[in-house]
Design a protein around this ligand. Structure first.
Ligand SMILES: Cc1cc2nc3c(=O)[nH]c(=O)nc-3n(C[C@H](O)[C@H](O)[C@H](O)COP(=O)(O)O)c2cc1C
Length: 300
């Protein structure tokens, strides 16, 4: 049985990876999960300098999901390279570094720096709804998507994944723009902008007023968008949004995703990623599927 997948020449032992921002750089979760069982670890977003993130409260629970407005808190690329990459290198898994920035120069500085590091891929977050500059400002305009993709590609030594926002009228327009800019892989979806109000305190539940909705509540939207994008571009797609079980992950594969990220589910069940790897293999055995690629995009 073959569960390996190929993302722009990088071979993952299985299609399950973590979703950026929900797994740190793996250190805390390594007490629960053997990171060597994962196809890849995708790190929390890292910028050229340390960011403090947004004021608290920064998370709130919702029906079948959560809102967050962390604001891309991170220690900066220097600490990340010294501390987090050596930690992850101890494991037999691929390392995908999620990159954030406020300006094109910020993104390119991180991407250039990562060129000297022993990592496998980079995921460029142009879709964070929780920062005022950068992030989603790049992800909602196709010209900006193409330009930032092309700029990053000029500096990148590893394959580049562009992470798309669902907070747009037509995600296929953004996907085609990233493809035109030279992206190697696309990932989707980032969180959907939402709001919650605390009626007892009569204020916003999150200090930032709005936050990004994630978890099972967004899965049907994510599956629809993965299907649309996989049929609109030639690039491999990493699907995410509400995946908590192997059945969820299989929906994304059948919609056209080559690999899948598991995010919010890690907060509820720290074993979610490995349980999903096992569940996919069990489904393949029961259904006599020899190669996972037999399932990719089977729904037309
Ligand atoms: C607390 C939290 C922090 C996140 N931080 C990042 C981040 O730093 N960079 C990024 O690209 N996406 C970030 N995301 C988005 C997730 O990677 C993912 O796209 C989204 O949550 C949908 O997947 P899920 O429903 O499985 O969580 C974050 C999500 C959450 C819940």
């Amino acid at each position: 049985m073959n569960v390996q997948v190929n993302l722009a020449g990088v071979i993952l032992k299985n299609p399950i990876m973590t979703a950026s921002g929900t797994f740190g750089s793996g250190a805390e979760y390594s007490e629960f999960v053997d990171l060597s069982r994962l196809g890849a670890v995708v790190t929390k977003g890292v910028a050229n300098v340390a960011w403090p993130g947004n004021p608290t409260p920064r998370i709130a629970e919702t029906a079948s999901g959560m809102l967050n407005a962390i604001g891309l808190q991170n220690p900066g690329i220097d600490v990340f390279c010294e501390r987090d990459i050596p930690f992850l290198k101890q494991f037999d898994t691929k390392i995908i570094v999620n990159v954030c920035g406020k300006t094109e120069e910020d993104y390119c500085a991180v991407v250039e720096r990562l060129g000297n590091e022993d990592i496998d891929m980079m995921e460029i977050n142009i879709s964070c709804p929780n920062v005022k500059e950068g992030g989603i400002a790049f992800g909602q305009d196709p010209k900006a998507v193409e330009a930032i993709t092309a700029a990053v590609k000029r500096y990148a030594k590893q394959p580049v994944i562009m992470k798309l926002s669902p907070n747009v009228a037509d995600i296929t327009v953004m996907a085609k723009a990233a493809e035109a800019g030279g992206a190697d892989v696309l990932s989707l979806i980032n969180t959907l902008t939402g709001m919650k109000i605390d009626i007892n305190k009569r204020c916003f539940a999150i200090a930032n007023k709005t936050g990004g909705l994630s978890g099972p509540a967004i899965k049907p939207v994510a599956v629809r968008m993965v299907y649309q994008v996989a049929n609109a571009v030639k690039l491999p797609v990493i699907g995410m949004g509400g995946i908590a079980t192997a059945e969820d992950a299989l929906e994304f594969i059948m919609a056209g995703a080559t690999a899948m990220s598991v995010g919010t589910a890690n907060f509820v069940n720290p074993y979610a990623t490995v349980e999903i790897v096992d569940g996919i293999e069990q489904y393949m055995q029961e259904n006599k599927i020899e190669d996972i690629q037999e399932l990719t995009g089977v729904v037309k």
